[in-house]
Design a protein around this ligand. Structure first.
Ligand code: SAM
Length: 341
């Protein structure tokens, strides 16, 4: 019924469309085809057929936080901990650069080893050696000053998922963290001119459709350049080991909504989605997502960055053999592009 009251192009008016969005996410909406079509049309309009490749380098599995869902949380003493030093990071980037990668995500647990000084030197050396790359950091919550210095050293983008906008659920899941500080970090990053990425997990214990609707409302307010949405997948050595994993069909529908809300966003088909369902990750890449993040972590470390069980990231070769056209470009958000490619 709501479909007729609220045409597709007005889906961005999320505040007035709660029932429609909840119906759509839960699979109760009768008219999904038009929204899927407009999602695909928008993606093609701004980014074309090709899927942007970002190399994901997991630089450390040390973390001071205790996120209940995460396999590398500081309470998990079964993890073999590692961290890459600046030379190792430089060499891994160089190797991928020689394989034509131009976009890099350096991700890790919230690890104080990566001081501002260390990161500034690393970013300067990477940016002076490889002047045509984009660097994204995903190293958790830092101070305004830290984000400011990193931006002026040449960091292009920052990924910091808000995880869930339900404050009560957030504090249950993150005993050491403060929801308001996380949101403040995101607004600080926006103010500093980063291409900002946020996102959330679907299927967290006790999360409701209304929570997911509120996650989309928050994203509509923040207007991030990148949004990562994946299923929660249990990890055997965490408190949530027996919880149900997130529903991948709900994720596909949320990604369709998201593309309609933020037509120009960089939207990855996440590794967690691919781990939960190879087929659904490919559908996401066809309908709404336009980024994939193959793992470029050195083999000796990769196995120890287990955020959830059986984590499986697709290689470029696997993507191509599945009929995905890829592009190893810097992959800036549409509004940040200096030239079209
Ligand atoms: N420390 C940084 C931070 O807090 O933003 C980045 C690293 S963190 C491990 C990267 C992301 O992994 C989180 O934002 C979270 O959404 C995701 N993640 C962690 N555990 C997960 C799980 N069990 N299932 C699905 N995603 C998970």
């Amino acid at each position: 019924m709501y479909v007729f009251i609220l045409p597709v192009w007005r889906i961005f008016l999320l505040k007035y469309t709660r029932d429609y969005v909840v119906d759509f996410i839960s699979g109760n909406s009768i008219n999904t085809a038009s929204l899927i079509k407009s999602s695909r049309d928008l993606k093609l309009k701004y980014y074309g057929e090709k899927i942007i490749i970002r190399g994901l380098l997991e630089i450390s599995n040390y973390c001071i936080n205790e996120c209940l869902y995460c396999g590398i949380n500081s309470k998990n003493n079964r993890v073999k901990r590692y961290r890459m030093n600046p030379d190792e990071i430089f060499r891994a980037v160089k190797l991928a650069y020689m394989n034509d990668y131009r976009s890099f995500v350096l991700q890790g647990g919230d690890d104080p080893y990566y001081s501002d000084d260390l990161l500034l030197k690393l970013i300067y050396s990477l940016k002076s050696e490889f002047n045509d790359i984009a660097i994204t950091l995903s190293l958790g919550e830092r101070s305004y000053d830290s984000y400011r210095m990193l931006k002026s050293a040449g960091v292009d983008r920052y990924l910091l998922r808000h995880e869930t906008v339900n404050k009560k659920l957030y504090s249950l899941l993150h005993p050491r963290q403060d929801f308001d500080n996380r949101i403040k970090c995101l607004y600080n990053l926006k103010e500093l001119g980063y291409q900002v990425g946020t996102g959330f997990m679907v299927g967290l214990p006790s999360q409701t459709y209304n929570d997911l609707y509120n996650d989309l409302v928050f994203i509509d307010e923040l207007q991030p350049e990148m949004v990562g949405i994946g299923p929660f997948i249990p990890h055997k050595d965490t408190k949530l080991r027996d919880a149900q994993k997130g529903n991948v069909d709900e994720i596909l529908r949320i990604l369709v909504l998201l593309r309609n809300i933020l037509p120009k966003a960089l939207i990855p088909a996440t590794t967690a989605l691919g781990t939960a369902s190879n087929e659904k990750q490919l559908i996401a890449l066809n309908n709404s997502a336009n980024v994939v993040m193959p793992n470029i972590t050195p083999i000796d470390y990769k196995k120890d960055y287990q955020l959830y069980d059986n984590k499986k990231s697709k290689t470029v070769e696997e993507l191509i053999s599945n009929g995905i056209q890829i592009s190893k470009v810097k992959g800036d958000h549409y509004d940040f592009r200096k030239k079209l490619y």
